[in-house]
Design a protein around this ligand. Sequence first.
Ligand SMILES: *[C@@H]1O[C@H](CO)[C@@H](O)[C@H](O)[C@H]1NC(C)=O
Ligand SMILES: *[C@@H]1O[C@H](CO)[C@@H](O)[C@H](O)[C@H]1NC(C)=O
Ligand SMILES: *[C@@H]1O[C@H](CO)[C@@H](O)[C@H](O)[C@H]1NC(C)=O
Ligand SMILES: *[C@@H]1O[C@H](CO)[C@@H](O)[C@H](O)[C@H]1NC(C)=O
Ligand SMILES: *[C@@H]1O[C@H](CO)[C@@H](O)[C@H](O)[C@H]1NC(C)=O
Ligand SMILES: *[C@@H]1O[C@H](CO)[C@@H](O)[C@H](O)[C@H]1NC(C)=O
Ligand SMILES: *[C@@H]1O[C@H](CO)[C@@H](O)[C@H](O)[C@H]1NC(C)=O
Ligand SMILES: *[C@@H]1O[C@H](CO)[C@@H](O)[C@H](O)[C@H]1NC(C)=O
Length: 567
Amino acid sequence: MIYINNTPKYPKCMQKKPFHHLHIIISMAITPLTFISFLILTSLTTITSATEHHHPQIKHVTPSSSDQIRQACKATRNLTLCESSFSRSSNITKPTDIIQTALSMSLNNIHTAQAKVQEILKTSTNNPNRTTAAKNCMEHLRNSEYRIKSTLEALPQGKIKDARAWTSAGFAYQYDCWSGLKYVNDTKIVVDTMSFIATFLISYTSNALSMIRAYDVFGDNTTLWGPPKTERDGFWEKGEGGGHGLRVPVGLKVDVTVCKGAGGGCKYKTVQEAVNVAPDWGGGRQFVILVKAGVYKETVRVGLEKQNVVILGEGMGKTLITGDMNVGQSGVSTYNTATVGVLGDGFMASNLTFENTAGPDAHQAVAFRTSSDRSIMENCEFLGNQDTLYTNTLRQFFKSCRIEGNVDFIFGNSATIFQDCTILVRPRQVEAEKGEKNAVTAHARNDPAQSTGFVFRNCLINGTKEYMKLYNSNPKVHKTFLGRPWKDFSRTVFIGCTLEALIAPEGWMPWEGDFGLTTLYYGEYNNTGKGADTTRRVEWSSQIPHKHVNVYDITNFIQGDQWKLRS
Ligand SMILES: *[C@@H]1O[C@H](CO)[C@@H](O)[C@H](O)[C@H]1NC(C)=O
Ligand SMILES: *[C@@H]1O[C@H](CO)[C@@H](O)[C@H](O)[C@H]1NC(C)=O
Ligand SMILES: *[C@@H]1O[C@H](CO)[C@@H](O)[C@H](O)[C@H]1NC(C)=O
Ligand SMILES: *[C@@H]1O[C@H](CO)[C@@H](O)[C@H](O)[C@H]1NC(C)=O
Ligand SMILES: *[C@@H]1O[C@H](CO)[C@@H](O)[C@H](O)[C@H]1NC(C)=O
Ligand SMILES: *[C@@H]1O[C@H](CO)[C@@H](O)[C@H](O)[C@H]1NC(C)=O
Ligand SMILES: *[C@@H]1O[C@H](CO)[C@@H](O)[C@H](O)[C@H]1NC(C)=O
Ligand SMILES: *[C@@H]1O[C@H](CO)[C@@H](O)[C@H](O)[C@H]1NC(C)=O
C-alpha cells in the first residue's frame, strides 16, 4: 500500500511533453556595443505580442545566424529553437556575448510574463486559489528577474559558477510559476499565459543555461560545446580535491534581540518585527538577531532585499519558531505553508528549531523554506511530517542539523550539502501502524544543465524512537527510501553516511511509473549501517566512482571556498 500522496501538489514534469506550439520567434537587432547595458539591450529586444500568440500559423524562420551562434547553440537541448531565436542580422561572435543576448531575450520575456500574470491577478479577485497562484507566480518571476539580471552582471566579470547557479534558479522560478498556474488553468488568460511561459520563457532560459553550462565546462572554444550531459550519461565535471568546512561564525555582534513576555525587556516580541528592521540589501553587512529561548508562534518571511540576516537562538528546542499552515487550507499552496521562508542571500541561523505542526492528514506543511544563496544553517532543528524542509533554489550548507519528517521531507531544486546531520523518520499521523512508504528526499532538478542536487555527507539516517518501534513491530510494511525523483533530472548522493536498518534494500523508490528513472542520478559512496548494503538496490541507482567523489565537496559543488562569512 502506498500512502504517499502523489496527487495534486506535485505536477508531472512538463518536460515529457514540452513546449507545444512555437508560433513565432523573436527577432533581434543587436550589436556587441549594446552589451554596455542590458537595459539598453532589452529595450531593443522585441517579442511577440499577446494577440499574435493566438494565431495558429507558424512562421518558419530560416536559421541565418552566424557560424558562432550556430556553434554555441549546439550546447542547448533545442538547437532549432536556439538558432531561430537569434535574428538574421545578429553578428555576435564572442561566446559570452551570445550568452548575454540569450539571457536578455529571456529577461525581456519575463517582463511580458509579469504583465500577463498581473492581468490574471486583476481578474481573479473572488477566486482565492487563482489569486494565490498568481501572487506566487509574481514572486517567482521577480526572483527569476533578479537572478537573470545578476547573471548579466556576473558573466562579464568571469563569475561563471555564480552565473550558472543563478541561471539555474532563474529557470527553476519560471517553472515554479508555470506549475502553480497549472492548477488554476480554467480561464483563457491562464492557459495563454502558461503557453507563453513554456514557449518563450522556460525554453529560452533553458537554452541560455545550457550555453552557460558549456562555457563553464568547456571554456570559450565553442567547437567543444554539446548538449548537457550528466553523471547518468557517464559525464563528470571537474572535481579537484579541497573544501574546508563552513560554519556560522561565533562571536557575531548582536544587532537586535527578540524575547517573549513583559519581563524580557526586549524591544521586539516577534522574529518578523526584528527581520523588518534589517536594512534592505544589507550593504554587505550582517544583521544579527538574537532570539531568546521561547516559543514563537508566527509566520516569518525574510524578503529578497533582506540580505545577510543571521538568526541566533539559545538552542534547539529552546528557541522554537512554530506554525501550522498546510495545503488543506483554502488559497494555500505548498510554497505558502512555510513557517519560516527565506529569499534574501547570505542567510544564516544557528541554535534553534523550526517547526510545522499541521494536524494529521494535513499533507504538505513546510517548516522551513529557503531560496537563499550562500546560506549556512548550523545546529538547527526542522520538525514536520510531509515536506518539512523545502530547499527551493540556490546554494546552501546545513551543518549538524536535525531534520524530522516522513513524506519527501527534504525537497526542492537547490544545490545543498548536508554535513554531519541527523535525519529521522517519524510516524505518519494517521493509522501509523498500517504501514507506509517514506521518501527522505525528493530532489526536483528539471534541466540537466542546472547545477543543483542534494549531497549528504557523514549524516545519520534513522527513525525516531516511536518510528523504530513501529518499524520493528513489522518491518515489511514500514518502508523508507533515500529518495524519489520529483523531476526528471533529480540528483541526490549519500557519502560516508550511516544508513540505519529502516532504509529498504532497494534504496530508492520511483515517483510514478518509470518517470525520470533513466535521467536521474542517485549515487552512494562509502556508507555504513544495515541500510547501506547495496546488493539489492534498484538498477537505476549508482555507486559514485572514487575519483569523482570530490565533485560533491564544498568547493566544487557550492563554491563554499568563496563565501564571505563575516561582515
Ligand atoms: C524545440 O522547440 C520547438 C519550439 O518550442 C518545439 O516545437 C520542438 O519540439 C523542440 N524540439 C525539441 C527536440 O525539443
Ligand atoms: C560582423 O562583425 C565583424 C567584426 O565585428 C565584421 O568584420 C563583419 O564584417 C561583420 N559581418 C556582417 C555580416 O555584418
Ligand atoms: C481551492 O483549492 C482547494 C485545495 O487546495 C480545493 O479544495 C478547492 O476546491 C479549490 N477552490 C476552488 C474554487 O477551486
Ligand atoms: C489544465 O489542467 C488540467 C487539469 O489539471 C489538465 O488536464 C490540462 O492539461 C491543463 N491544461 C494546460 C494547458 O496545462
Ligand atoms: C577548439 O577545439 C578544437 C577541438 O579540440 C581544436 O581543434 C581547436 O584548435 C580549438 N580552438 C582553439 C582556438 O583553441
Ligand atoms: C550555539 O550554541 C552552542 C552551545 O551553546 C555555542 O557553543 C555556539 O557558539 C552557538 N553558536 C553560535 C553561532 O552562536
Ligand atoms: C537508531 O535509532 C534507534 C532507536 O532509537 C537506536 O537504538 C539506534 O542506536 C539508532 N542508531 C544510531 C546509529 O544512532
Ligand atoms: C569512509 O568513511 C569513513 C567513516 O565512516 C571515513 O573514516 C573514511 O575516510 C571514508 N573513506 C573514504 C575513502 O572516503
